[in-house]
Write a protein that binds this ligand. Structure first.
Ligand SMILES: Cc1cc2nc3c(=O)[nH]c(=O)nc-3n(C[C@H](O)[C@H](O)[C@H](O)COP(=O)(O)OP(=O)(O)OC[C@H]3O[C@@H](n4cnc5c(N)ncnc54)[C@H](O)[C@@H]3O)c2cc1C
Length: 385
């Protein structure tokens, strides 16, 4: 089986690639039965005005004009809560979307043949090995260009010798969560989410995506992601109030890339989205970057097939538009890592050094100067704080 372009994995990056590839001969391959489902995501997408601050070098913000039909809730604030319960509440406008519906609609805007329930098992000399999960038949599919939009664990990336640094996460869709539905809550600290953060993202009408990221190397001995989630829901004084009447509807576990992007063009492969670690790491936001990079990968692949434009243009282009923001975000995440093994110290640092105004900038990916300088003196600060 051959195609001009193969889209390998159809979720956020893959669906936006498919839309951009309209008019090209495309086969898309997806292991799931239903595109975008189950949803392994908090489903928060910032408003256009926030995207302009988060990713200021984008050439267009049109992709972020999210149609109202995908939105189940709109929030005006993000509130960060530290281990002693002190909170930093900052204005930040977001859509909380039904991401699976958006992915399905966007993918259908292209005219590709989409093979669902097909698992990619290998990449070899510009060809993909694929297994039909229903019939168990094996196929080989080749394309002039392959867009690897198969997520953080990318099989194609692995076959090219590329690996992403990943943070495990767990998320429950819950009903009857008693929280202010205008506010997205983020909790930090070793007890709450070692090496990550925990979130309550209200979807409206009592529903919420509730989850956390957990890195074992930042956790206390014997802690696991499941123990941490149980503690977050039922045992901590600063959180249990939200969940007293709550019911779990659905559970997922997934990963978030937390490294800086490496190579994203190898042979005839373009890596887009989580497969290429194109993510705003300090908040684990990958929907916007996957939309942008999927769209760009689709456009460049189509121009390569029609006009012979070099595939390397993809990497040049996305780096011009995103890399500066991704590096700023990564710097914040790295600073965060330095203080996240000790809750008492984290509290002291926040109380002495961070204001709500600082948090306004940090959430948007800008480290205030005093903290950037503080990072250089962290060993000294650790002695005095
Ligand atoms: C719990 C959690 C909460 C998050 N919350 C948010 C949030 O609120 N806002 C935000 O911006 N970001 C969030 N993120 C990050 C965001 O979800 C990702 O960055 C985004 O989904 C990346 O999209 P993608 O299309 O690149 O990869 P993925 O969403 O991982 O999609 C990869 C696709 O490829 C398919 N696939 C994988 N392997 C194969 C294979 N071998 N064969 C065939 N198909 C395959 C998968 O089934 C999937 O459909 C969250 C992530 C997690 C884990």
């Amino acid at each position: 089986m051959d195609a001009e372009v193969i889209v390998a994995g159809v979720n956020v990056a893959g669906s936006f690639a498919l839309k951009a590839l309209s008019g090209t001969d495309v086969i898309a391959i997806e292991k799931r039965r239903t595109l975008g489902y189950p949803v392994e995501c908090g489903e928060l997408v910032p408003y256009v005005e926030e995207m302009k601050r988060l990713l200021p070098d984008l050439k267009s913000y049109e992709l972020f004009e999210i149609p109202g039909k995908y939105s189940t809730n709109e929030t005006d604030y993000i509130e960060l809560i530290i281990p002693n319960g002190k909170s930093f509440k900052v204005p930040f406008k977001s859509h909380i979307i039904e991401r699976d519906r958006m992915v399905q609609d966007v993918a259908s805007k292209g005219d590709a043949t989409i093979l669902t329930q097909h698992l990619i098992t290998g990449y070899n000399r510009k060809k993909l090995d694929v297994r039909d999960l229903e019939t168990k038949k094996k196929l080989t599919i080749s394309g002039k260009v392959i867009i690897a939009s198969d997520g953080g664990h990318s099989v194609i990336g692995r076959h090219l010798g590329l690996r992403n640094e990943l943070c495990p996460t767990i998320q429950y869709l819950m009903d009857n969560v008693e929280t202010d539905e205008n506010v997205v809550k983020m909790f930090v600290g070793q007890e709450v989410a070692a090496g990550g953060y925990a979130w309550i993202i209200p979807k409206g009408n009592g529903l919420a995506n509730v989850g956390l990221g957990f890195r074992k190397e930042y956790a206390r001995k014997g802690d696991t992601i499941h123990k941490t989630m149980d503690r977050f829901l039922h045992k901590l004084d600063i959180t249990k109030q939200y969940f007293e009447k709550a019911k779990i509807i659905h559970k997922v576990g997934a990963v978030v890339p937390i490294g800086l992007p490496g190579k994203t063009v190898v042979d005839n492969v373009l890596l887009a989205g989580d497969s290429g670690s194109q993510i705003i790491t300090h908040v684990g936001a990958g929907i916007p970057t996957s939309m942008v990079c999927g769209n760009l990968a689709g456009k460049i692949a189509s121009m390569h097939v029609r006009e012979g434009i070099a595939l390397s243009k993809y990497e040049t282009e996305w780096k011009t538009q995103l890399m500066d923001a991704l590096m700023r975000s990564y710097a914040i995440k790295s600073m965060w890592d330095l203080v996240s093994k000790d809750d008492a110290r984290m509290v002291r640092m926040f109380e002495k050094l961070v204001t709500e105004k600082d948090m306004y900038h940090i959430i948007r990916g800008y480290l205030p100067l005093k903290l950037a300088v503080g990072k250089l003196f962290l060993p000294f600060l650790k002695m005095v704080i």
